[in-house]
Ligand binder design. Structure first.
Ligand code: XMP
Length: 606
């Protein structure tokens, strides 16, 4: 069945996804669209939302997007950049200036359909450099912002034309700091666009089952079941759609799993009744030899992705499965962060999107029933499909596993730019009464939607959590070349830190597995496992004691969709446990907590 749909035009950044998830919570389907998509794709929607953009300005230059959408007789609402574009298109003026940042009070026109049910003054969240200073014919100001009672009003914070059914909001209703932003989105979607809320999880199940049956026909599906939330929910969905005989599950121990993971996953899949054709292969030797001597993160990811497929093809051939399709539990954000949208830079190659899989997708040999869903929706779907609670609420674990948490190095000091970086970080840290040093290795991060590969800073000393997070933010803002901040949990500030030559080896992986098991166990024992989104443990080949022993980093974060993240504070008792247990592991001499938000750091280190 077709659903009433809202097109969300993605002008870059992550805002479009926030908007889409807020609309979907209203049980209305939201599709992310590219600015240059053809008009017929928009014409079948009941409304369009133009997102903000971190890099585009509506001032001066002629922004390139499909402006024929303005000729469609469906309502359009713009946020921030989208707001300015609408104003400009219909004869208004946009100027550089009038920057607002953070919270503001919106004085709105009561009774306007966009603001139904809201108070005359609403708290909103602003983030803009350019401003609308006049509107064209048929348009009116429907809200302005003002700082306090006596401040100068900032006009045209909200504009609208009921004749054209075009509206613009300078602020971001999709972020939680706009207290009643969801209501504004609801008023647009259900009120002005008159969408029927038919996109429910029950219907999603029915429709996904029908789609899988249609795509698969009389063939069978072969799914790599890692035991993660996504592939487990996908397995259950395939089982429902195709029956147990046409679903082959393969769990690969790639040598990059957590401690005891493969055994636990095989048991859990069996308990879910998915064991009619449940295969297991220990391919750790294949993976480890493919990764031998490789240091560069993107190369490691590619090799892991390619080896997955190689192992999969080999096993499928051995098991005699012909005409199979490759099932994958790919979810929506997986496709975005590899440049799945035209505007997103390649931050990291996702293992579900390595070239060989792209080729299979082009040949129509891949079936991905969750590819439109966000993680929270996959979990909701898992609940509908009676996937056990523990499987649904496991922390996300990346496909390349510990491979992206085991940093490698050729042992060369990487101190590019340190002459400028070091005095700056030392000075900033000094203002907080602590010491800081840049580390001579790099990790992946994301800045203004672009991939960064920069140095971490290690902060040593006593400092309160809020001050520590503030210090990290100051360093990121003021020091180029830094994308992570670590808080030293070791006994003292190291005098000198040197990179060690290190590659992917079973011994290093075993060490990381032990450290990770200590962290996971600690979170569970202290009742924190469910409140923390994810907590990667990372092994970093840096030595501080001249004895060739490595550094362990613990990265607890809070997040809603993994698109952004904030560092999570751990209680002192847990920190003490981690110190005691991890620092007594053989071959570990340093321990730090990663206190980096995303951006500028990604959740994983590689
Ligand atoms: P980043 O590190 O990009 O991660 O902030 C966002 C979320 O995605 C997970 N992640 C992956 N998951 N295959 C996966 O299945 C991958 O290649 C991959 N890389 C990152 C990461 O754990 C986090 O939840």
């Amino acid at each position: 069945m077709s659903h009433d749909t809202i097109a969300v035009v993605d002008f870059g950044g992550q805002y479009a996804h926030l908007i889409a998830t807020k609309i979907r919570r209203l049980h209305v389907l939201a599709e992310i669209r590219q600015p240059e998509d053809p008009t017929p794709l928009f014409a079948r929607c009941k409304g369009i939302i133009l997102s903000g953009s971190p890099s585009l300005s509506a001032f001066g230059e002629d922004s390139a997007y499909n402006k024929d959408i303005y000729g469609l007789d469906i309502p359009i609402l713009g946020f921030c950049f989208g707001h300015q574009e609408i104003a400009k298109h219909y004869g208004g003026t946009v100027v550089h200036g009038g920057r607002e940042w953070g919270r503001a009070d919106l004085h709105l026109t009561p009774g306007h359909p966009l603001f139904a049910g809201l108070s005359p003054v609403e708290r909103v969240w602003m983030s803009h450099f350019d401003s609308v200073t006049s509107v064209g014919p048929d348009f009116a100001e429907i809200g302005y912002t003002q700082l306090g009672d006596a401040g100068e009003p900032h006009h045209f914070a909200a504009i609208g034309s009921n004749t054209h059914r075009r509206y613009g909001l300078q602020f971001h209703p999709e972020v939680d700091d706009t207290v009643h932003g969801s209501e504004m989105i609801r008023n647009f979607v259900l009120g002005i666009c008159n969408c029927q809320p038919s996109w429910t999880m029950e219907r999603y199940v029915e429709e996904a089952v029908a789609r899988v049956r249609e795509q698969v026909g009389d063939r069978s599906v072969f799914l790599l079941a890692s035991g993660g939330v996504d592939s487990t929910v996908a397995a259950k969905l395939f089982g429902l759609a195709l029956g147990p005989d046409r679903l082959h599950l393969l769990h690969v121990d790639n040598g990059l799993m957590r401690k005891d993971e493969s055994r636990t996953v095989m048991l859990a899949l069996g308990e879910m009744g998915l064991d009619r054709h449940l295969h297991f292969v220990d391919a750790s030797d294949t993976f480890l030899s493919a990764l031998e001597g490789v240091v560069e993160p993107e190369r490691k990811r590619r090799i892991i992705g390619d080896t997955f497929i190689e192992v999969f093809e080999r096993e499928a051939a051995q098991l005699g499965i012909e005409h199979h399709l490759l099932g994958q539990g790919t979810i929506y954000p997986d496709t975005i962060e590899t440049g799945g949208t035209k505007r997103a830079d390649t931050i990291k190659t996702h293992h579900n999107r390595v070239p060989v899989i792209e080729r299979m997708i082009a040949e129509g040999r891949v079936v991905e029933p969750l590819a439109e869903l966000y993680k929270v929706e996959v979990r909701e779907l898992g609940e509908k499909l009676s996937v056990p609670h523990d499987m649904i609420w496991r922390h996300p674990f990346p496909g390349p596993g510990l491979g992206v948490r085991l940093l490698c190095s050729n042992g060369c000091e990487d101190r590019d730019g340190f002459e400028e970086i070091e005095p700056k970080v030392a000075e900033i840290a000094g203002g907080y009464g602590v010491q800081a040093m840049a580390l001579p290795i790099r990790s992946v991060g994301v800045k203004a939607d672009l991939r960064s590969y920069e140095h971490p800073v290690l902060v040593s000393g006593e400092v309160e959590w809020e001050r520590l997070v503030e210090l990290a933010g100051t360093i990121f803002r003021e020091v180029a070349g830094i994308n992570r901040c670590l808080w030293n949990l070791g006994p003292a500030a190291p005098a000198r830190v040197r990179p060690l030559a290190a590659t992917v080896t079973r011994a290093r992986l075993d060490l990381l597995r032990e450290a990770d098991a200590i962290v996971m166990d600690g979170l569970r024992r202290r009742g924190l496992y469910d409140t923390i989104w994810q907590c990667p443990t990372v092994l970093v080949p840096l030595e501080i004691d001249g004895a060739g022993r490595e550094f362990v980093i613990v990265r607890p974060i809070h997040s809603e969709r993994a698109m952004t993240a904030t560092p999570a504070e751990l209680p002192p008792l847990l920190l003490a446990d981690l110190r005691r247990q991890i620092l007594s592991l053989p071959d570990v001499s340093g321990l730090a907590l990663d206190v980096t938000s995303k951006p500028p750091g990604t959740i994983e280190w590689e």
